[in-house]
Design a protein around this ligand. Structure first.
Ligand code: CUA
Length: 151
């Protein structure tokens, strides 16, 4: 009799775990970042769209946010985004591997020299979000911050 209770408990736990994994993978979009395009890290400043980094409107409520990352800064590092905007974020590095994390959201990418990493995010909530580098990149690592303001 007790075996049956434990068996049911075990199956119940398994179900809970699978649900948690499923929800975090699909509902919250915790998927690994993808590397789509290559770029010459020495010519980032001359290569569109990174020759003019920043937020660009691409459609009705759709934007592209192009950010150049280098030791030890994000360019630009102060960004204002209209509430509800669907933003495709492109990042690339001019030197070493950095991270691009928007604290409090599911935006978290590696920034690799030679590659453009991309992720699309809709900003539905107003507020201020801190941009962080979460990949140790040298002496100024802890100073690499920026801010996204959703207004
Ligand atoms: Cu850039 Cu740590």
């Amino acid at each position: 009799k007790y075996e049956k209770i434990w068996l049911a408990f075990g199956i119940g736990c398994l179900f809970v775990f699978l649900t948690v994994i499923g929800v975090s993978a699909f509902a919250e979009g915790n998927q690994p970042p993808s590397c789509l395009t290559t770029i010459d890290p020495e010519k980032v400043d001359q290569t569109p769209p990174f020759d003019k980094p920043g937020l660009v409107k691409t459609g009705n409520n759709e934007y592209q946010l192009n950010i150049v990352v280098s030791a030890f800064a994000f360019t630009p590092n102060q960004i204002e985004i209209p509430k509800g905007a669907k933003v495709t974020i492109n990042v690339t590095s001019k030197d070493v591997i950095h991270g691009f994390e928007v604290a409090g959201t599911n935006v978290n990418m590696m920034v690799e020299p030679g590659y453009i990493n991309t992720l699309t995010k809709t900003f539905d909530k107003t507020g201020e979000y801190t941009i962080l580098c979460n990949e140790y990149c040298g002496a100024g690592h802890h100073m690499m911050t920026g801010r996204i303001k959703v207004v």
